[in-house]
Design a protein. Structure first.
Length: 235
């Protein structure tokens, strides 16, 4: 076991929460785990996604935290696609820098969970899509799906892009989003995971409920974590 790329069907659908909770689940089982975000945009004075991961992961014990520049090689202030956010600051995302940072983390950890920015095909530069770098490094993919109307098409397109590049697909984690219903499960939300699994023939590892405090969501996430671990070990 080494790396997993946690992608999503778009922006704001719960990748950060799933990545952090999954890292915490694996760490609680004795694994040396870290997270990474190759490019984060919209970074100003608030916490980064890596900070959110850290809060959910719990106590790292005696293990030293990796250097911040390895966990988050690129950060930009403009909330936009990485290629545009980098250009605004007259910078460029270099895949060599990202891959080197990933390899350093992989050398000292049992698992490196990489959270993507936006969706799977977001451009890191004018010449490079995120999915192409995932294929180059050789990471299997976990897809986070915001469970709402329209997510089926988004999930199927993501899977098509993943498989077209010959990348192993670990499966899906569905995520409940704020403002989607009144806490009950609609007919659409109940059917979304079923039809996605049926069409793609890939497993749905579970659904993360709406959490008032994601950092306290370890218990609710545990069934998803167990399903992930079983799938990861068999892939």
């Amino acid at each position: 076991m080494k790396g997993v790329f946690v992608t999503g069907t778009g922006t704001g659908i719960g990748k950060t929460v799933v990545c952090g909770l999954l890292a915490g689940f694996l760490r609680a089982r004795g694994m040396r785990v870290t997270t990474q975000k190759w490019v984060e945009t919209g970074v100003t004075d608030g916490p980064t996604d890596i900070d959110v991961h850290r809060r959910m992961m719990g106590d790292p014990g005696p293990t030293a935290e990796p250097p911040p520049e390895d966990r988050g090689p690129y950060r930009f202030s403009l909330p936009a696609s990485p290629h545009l956010a980098a250009a605004r600051e007259k910078r460029r995302v270099d895949p060599v820098v990202i891959e080197a940072a990933y390899r350093r983390l992989a050398e000292s950890h049992d698992a490196v969970l990489v959270e993507g920015a936006g969706g799977f095909l977001v451009p890191l530069s004018e010449e490079l899509l995120t999915g192409d770098l995932v294929a180059r490094i050789g990471l299997p993919v976990l897809v986070v799906v915001g469970n709402r109307l329209g997510c089926v098409n988004d999930a199927l397109l993501t899977v098509e892009a993943v498989r077209r590049r010959g990348i192993p697909l670990l499966g899906f984690v569905f995520n409940r989003l704020p403002g989607e219903g009144d806490g009950t499960t609609t007919e659409v939300q109940a059917d979304n995971p079923r039809i996605v699994a049926r069409i793609t023939r890939a497993p749905v590892l579970g659904e993360v409920p709406l959490l008032s405090d994601p950092a306290r969501g370890a218990g609710a996430f545990a069934p998803v974590g167990r399903a992930f671990l079983e799938r990861w070990r068999s892939t």
